[in-house]
Design a protein around this ligand. Structure first.
Ligand code: ZN
Length: 287
Protein backbone atom coordinates (compact mmCIF):
# COMPACT_ATOMS: atom_id res chain seq x y z
CA UNK A 1 0.00 0.00 0.00
CA UNK A 2 1.26 3.47 -0.92
CA UNK A 3 0.66 6.76 0.86
CA UNK A 4 -2.22 7.37 -1.52
CA UNK A 5 -3.70 4.05 -0.41
CA UNK A 6 -3.99 5.15 3.23
CA UNK A 7 -7.61 5.97 4.05
CA UNK A 8 -6.84 9.43 5.34
CA UNK A 9 -7.97 12.92 4.35
CA UNK A 10 -5.85 14.55 1.66
CA UNK A 11 -4.42 17.28 3.95
CA UNK A 12 -3.06 14.57 6.30
CA UNK A 13 -1.50 12.76 3.35
CA UNK A 14 0.10 15.97 2.12
CA UNK A 15 1.51 16.59 5.58
CA UNK A 16 3.07 13.11 5.61
CA UNK A 17 4.57 13.67 2.19
CA UNK A 18 6.20 16.87 3.48
CA UNK A 19 7.43 15.11 6.63
CA UNK A 20 9.05 12.41 4.49
CA UNK A 21 10.73 14.86 2.12
CA UNK A 22 13.91 15.60 4.12
CA UNK A 23 16.37 12.67 4.19
CA UNK A 24 16.54 12.79 8.00
CA UNK A 25 14.35 13.15 11.07
CA UNK A 26 11.98 10.95 13.07
CA UNK A 27 8.36 10.09 12.30
CA UNK A 28 6.46 8.28 15.07
CA UNK A 29 3.58 5.95 14.25
CA UNK A 30 1.43 5.31 17.33
CA UNK A 31 -1.21 2.64 17.86
CA UNK A 32 -2.38 0.22 20.51
CA UNK A 33 -0.48 -2.72 18.99
CA UNK A 34 2.27 -3.12 16.41
CA UNK A 35 -0.13 -5.05 14.16
CA UNK A 36 -2.41 -2.01 14.00
CA UNK A 37 0.35 0.18 12.57
CA UNK A 38 2.21 -2.27 10.32
CA UNK A 39 0.37 -1.25 7.13
CA UNK A 40 0.81 2.45 7.89
CA UNK A 41 4.54 2.04 8.52
CA UNK A 42 4.90 0.07 5.28
CA UNK A 43 3.05 2.82 3.39
CA UNK A 44 5.47 5.44 4.72
CA UNK A 45 8.32 3.41 3.24
CA UNK A 46 6.72 3.23 -0.21
CA UNK A 47 7.99 6.58 -1.53
CA UNK A 48 11.56 5.53 -0.67
CA UNK A 49 13.57 3.89 -3.42
CA UNK A 50 13.39 0.13 -3.47
CA UNK A 51 16.14 -1.57 -1.49
CA UNK A 52 16.85 1.61 0.48
CA UNK A 53 14.67 0.75 3.50
CA UNK A 54 15.72 -1.42 6.46
CA UNK A 55 13.28 -2.72 9.03
CA UNK A 56 13.87 -4.24 12.43
CA UNK A 57 13.25 -4.14 16.14
CA UNK A 58 14.43 -1.50 18.56
CA UNK A 59 17.17 -3.90 19.67
CA UNK A 60 18.51 -3.93 16.12
CA UNK A 61 18.54 -0.14 15.72
CA UNK A 62 22.26 0.33 16.25
CA UNK A 63 23.23 -2.46 13.86
CA UNK A 64 20.78 -1.36 11.18
CA UNK A 65 21.99 2.22 11.39
CA UNK A 66 25.41 1.06 10.19
CA UNK A 67 23.89 0.02 6.89
CA UNK A 68 23.66 2.40 3.99
CA UNK A 69 19.95 3.18 3.52
CA UNK A 70 17.39 6.02 3.29
CA UNK A 71 14.90 4.90 5.92
CA UNK A 72 14.80 2.73 9.02
CA UNK A 73 11.50 1.23 10.15
CA UNK A 74 11.89 0.42 13.85
CA UNK A 75 9.28 -1.17 16.08
CA UNK A 76 9.35 -2.84 19.47
CA UNK A 77 9.83 -1.76 23.06
CA UNK A 78 11.31 1.71 23.32
CA UNK A 79 13.37 2.81 26.29
CA UNK A 80 15.08 6.13 26.79
CA UNK A 81 18.38 4.92 25.40
CA UNK A 82 16.84 3.55 22.20
CA UNK A 83 14.85 6.69 21.62
CA UNK A 84 17.80 8.99 22.18
CA UNK A 85 19.84 6.82 19.86
CA UNK A 86 17.11 7.04 17.23
CA UNK A 87 16.95 10.83 17.41
CA UNK A 88 20.72 11.01 17.24
CA UNK A 89 20.95 8.74 14.17
CA UNK A 90 18.11 10.59 12.44
CA UNK A 91 19.87 13.93 12.86
CA UNK A 92 22.08 13.23 9.87
CA UNK A 93 19.82 10.60 8.34
CA UNK A 94 18.50 8.14 7.44
CA UNK A 95 14.91 8.99 8.31
CA UNK A 96 13.62 6.83 11.13
CA UNK A 97 10.00 5.70 11.40
CA UNK A 98 9.40 4.59 14.99
CA UNK A 99 6.45 2.39 15.88
CA UNK A 100 5.24 3.08 19.41
CA UNK A 101 2.48 1.67 21.59
CA UNK A 102 0.43 4.77 22.37
CA UNK A 103 -3.25 5.50 22.06
CA UNK A 104 -2.93 8.76 20.14
CA UNK A 105 -0.43 11.38 19.03
CA UNK A 106 -0.34 13.26 22.33
CA UNK A 107 0.05 10.00 24.26
CA UNK A 108 3.08 9.22 22.08
CA UNK A 109 4.49 12.69 22.77
CA UNK A 110 3.88 12.19 26.49
CA UNK A 111 5.71 8.85 26.32
CA UNK A 112 8.73 10.54 24.76
CA UNK A 113 8.68 13.11 27.52
CA UNK A 114 7.98 10.63 30.31
CA UNK A 115 11.06 8.69 29.21
CA UNK A 116 12.91 11.98 29.51
CA UNK A 117 14.15 12.10 25.94
CA UNK A 118 15.87 15.47 25.60
CA UNK A 119 13.21 17.95 24.54
CA UNK A 120 15.53 19.74 22.17
CA UNK A 121 16.28 16.45 20.45
CA UNK A 122 12.52 15.88 20.09
CA UNK A 123 11.90 19.44 18.93
CA UNK A 124 14.50 19.41 16.21
CA UNK A 125 14.32 15.76 15.16
CA UNK A 126 10.63 14.98 15.21
CA UNK A 127 8.83 15.60 11.90
CA UNK A 128 5.41 14.18 12.68
CA UNK A 129 3.41 11.78 14.81
CA UNK A 130 0.71 9.67 13.20
CA UNK A 131 -1.75 7.76 15.34
CA UNK A 132 -3.78 5.00 13.75
CA UNK A 133 -6.70 3.17 15.25
CA UNK A 134 -8.59 0.27 13.68
CA UNK A 135 -12.37 0.08 13.68
CA UNK A 136 -14.82 -2.33 12.10
CA UNK A 137 -16.46 -0.95 8.99
CA UNK A 138 -20.25 -1.19 8.82
CA UNK A 139 -21.63 -3.39 6.03
CA UNK A 140 -23.22 -0.90 3.64
CA UNK A 141 -25.70 -3.46 2.39
CA UNK A 142 -27.45 -4.05 5.69
CA UNK A 143 -26.60 -1.17 8.06
CA UNK A 144 -29.73 0.20 9.67
CA UNK A 145 -30.40 3.93 9.76
CA UNK A 146 -31.55 5.12 13.15
CA UNK A 147 -31.89 8.42 14.96
CA UNK A 148 -29.26 9.55 17.43
CA UNK A 149 -30.77 9.86 20.90
CA UNK A 150 -30.03 12.56 23.45
CA UNK A 151 -26.77 11.64 25.14
CA UNK A 152 -25.62 9.73 22.07
CA UNK A 153 -26.25 12.78 19.88
CA UNK A 154 -24.34 15.00 22.30
CA UNK A 155 -21.34 12.68 22.36
CA UNK A 156 -21.40 12.50 18.57
CA UNK A 157 -21.72 16.25 18.24
CA UNK A 158 -24.97 16.04 16.24
CA UNK A 159 -28.52 17.26 16.82
CA UNK A 160 -30.85 14.69 18.42
CA UNK A 161 -32.69 12.91 15.62
CA UNK A 162 -29.75 13.01 13.22
CA UNK A 163 -29.55 9.82 11.18
CA UNK A 164 -26.79 7.45 12.27
CA UNK A 165 -26.30 3.77 11.48
CA UNK A 166 -26.25 0.55 13.45
CA UNK A 167 -24.96 -2.90 12.48
CA UNK A 168 -27.45 -5.53 11.35
CA UNK A 169 -26.27 -8.57 9.36
CA UNK A 170 -26.87 -10.02 5.90
CA UNK A 171 -25.59 -12.71 3.55
CA UNK A 172 -22.84 -10.44 2.20
CA UNK A 173 -21.30 -9.92 5.64
CA UNK A 174 -21.97 -13.40 7.03
CA UNK A 175 -24.51 -11.95 9.39
CA UNK A 176 -21.93 -9.89 11.25
CA UNK A 177 -23.07 -6.43 10.12
CA UNK A 178 -19.45 -5.52 9.45
CA UNK A 179 -17.30 -5.54 6.34
CA UNK A 180 -13.60 -5.48 7.14
CA UNK A 181 -11.69 -2.90 9.10
CA UNK A 182 -10.92 0.71 8.46
CA UNK A 183 -8.18 2.89 9.85
CA UNK A 184 -8.83 6.14 11.65
CA UNK A 185 -5.93 8.57 11.71
CA UNK A 186 -4.74 11.51 13.74
CA UNK A 187 -1.68 13.44 12.66
CA UNK A 188 0.50 15.95 14.42
CA UNK A 189 2.87 17.82 12.15
CA UNK A 190 5.84 19.41 13.87
CA UNK A 191 5.98 22.81 12.22
CA UNK A 192 8.17 25.73 13.31
CA UNK A 193 5.71 26.90 15.95
CA UNK A 194 5.21 23.45 17.46
CA UNK A 195 8.97 22.87 17.39
CA UNK A 196 9.43 25.99 19.49
CA UNK A 197 6.69 24.94 21.93
CA UNK A 198 8.26 21.50 22.35
CA UNK A 199 11.73 22.98 22.88
CA UNK A 200 10.32 25.34 25.49
CA UNK A 201 8.73 22.40 27.31
CA UNK A 202 5.13 23.43 26.58
CA UNK A 203 2.58 21.18 28.28
CA UNK A 204 0.17 18.84 26.50
CA UNK A 205 -2.64 21.39 26.47
CA UNK A 206 -0.50 24.00 24.76
CA UNK A 207 0.91 21.53 22.25
CA UNK A 208 -2.45 20.06 21.31
CA UNK A 209 -4.10 23.45 21.03
CA UNK A 210 -1.61 24.28 18.31
CA UNK A 211 -1.35 20.84 16.73
CA UNK A 212 -5.09 20.34 16.25
CA UNK A 213 -6.00 23.80 15.09
CA UNK A 214 -6.61 22.64 11.53
CA UNK A 215 -6.65 18.88 11.72
CA UNK A 216 -9.11 16.58 13.51
CA UNK A 217 -8.29 14.45 16.51
CA UNK A 218 -9.07 10.73 16.46
CA UNK A 219 -12.34 11.38 18.25
CA UNK A 220 -13.38 13.97 15.66
CA UNK A 221 -12.47 11.72 12.75
CA UNK A 222 -14.41 8.86 14.33
CA UNK A 223 -17.47 11.06 14.78
CA UNK A 224 -17.31 12.07 11.12
CA UNK A 225 -17.09 8.42 10.07
CA UNK A 226 -20.08 7.58 12.26
CA UNK A 227 -22.14 10.38 10.75
CA UNK A 228 -21.22 9.06 7.29
CA UNK A 229 -22.32 5.57 8.29
CA UNK A 230 -18.86 4.05 7.87
CA UNK A 231 -18.60 2.91 11.49
CA UNK A 232 -21.24 2.28 14.17
CA UNK A 233 -22.08 5.29 16.34
CA UNK A 234 -21.18 3.46 19.55
CA UNK A 235 -17.65 2.85 18.27
CA UNK A 236 -17.18 6.56 17.65
CA UNK A 237 -18.45 7.26 21.16
CA UNK A 238 -16.05 4.68 22.63
CA UNK A 239 -13.17 6.29 20.76
CA UNK A 240 -14.27 9.70 21.96
CA UNK A 241 -14.20 8.47 25.55
CA UNK A 242 -10.88 6.67 25.21
CA UNK A 243 -9.25 9.71 23.65
CA UNK A 244 -10.75 12.28 25.91
CA UNK A 245 -8.24 15.11 26.12
CA UNK A 246 -7.92 14.60 29.87
CA UNK A 247 -4.53 12.97 29.52
CA UNK A 248 -3.68 14.57 26.24
CA UNK A 249 -4.53 18.17 26.98
CA UNK A 250 -7.55 20.09 25.79
CA UNK A 251 -7.60 20.37 22.11
CA UNK A 252 -9.31 20.79 18.83
CA UNK A 253 -12.72 19.30 18.57
CA UNK A 254 -12.60 17.06 21.64
CA UNK A 255 -15.29 17.46 24.27
CA UNK A 256 -13.64 18.92 27.32
CA UNK A 257 -13.80 16.34 30.10
CA UNK A 258 -15.04 18.83 32.65
CA UNK A 259 -18.08 19.54 30.51
CA UNK A 260 -19.20 15.96 30.41
CA UNK A 261 -20.81 15.54 33.83
CA UNK A 262 -23.11 18.47 33.18
CA UNK A 263 -23.83 17.10 29.72
CA UNK A 264 -24.95 13.82 31.17
CA UNK A 265 -26.91 15.36 34.02
CA UNK A 266 -28.80 17.52 31.60
CA UNK A 267 -29.35 14.87 28.98
CA UNK A 268 -30.03 11.91 31.19
CA UNK A 269 -32.48 13.84 33.28
CA UNK A 270 -34.99 13.22 30.49
CA UNK A 271 -36.25 10.03 28.96
CA UNK A 272 -32.85 8.94 27.81
CA UNK A 273 -31.12 5.95 29.34
CA UNK A 274 -28.03 6.78 31.38
CA UNK A 275 -24.67 6.44 29.73
CA UNK A 276 -23.58 2.87 30.03
CA UNK A 277 -19.92 3.48 30.76
CA UNK A 278 -18.20 5.78 33.22
CA UNK A 279 -17.64 9.23 31.81
CA UNK A 280 -14.06 9.47 32.86
CA UNK A 281 -12.40 6.77 30.84
CA UNK A 282 -9.36 8.45 32.21
CA UNK A 283 -5.89 7.78 30.89
CA UNK A 284 -4.21 10.35 33.07
CA UNK A 285 -1.96 7.67 34.50
CA UNK A 286 0.31 8.21 31.50
CA UNK A 287 3.50 9.94 32.48
ZN1 ZN B 1 -24.35 -6.99 5.69
Amino acid sequence: MSLAGLQMPQPMRNMLRDALAPPCGVIVVASDTSADRAATMAALAKPIAEGRVRAGTSAELQALSQQDCDMLLIDGAMDRRTLEQAFKIAEAGPRIVLGMDAADTMAAMETLRALRVDRHAIAFGLRAIIAVRQARRLCELCRIPDQARGSEAALLGVDPGTVIYRAAGCGACDGTGHAGMLSIYETMAVDAALRRLIAEGGDAAILSRHAFLNTPRLSGSARTLAREGAIPAHIAIDIGRAHMPGASGTGGDGVHPHLLPSFSQRLDGGANPPLSAPLHGDRSSIG
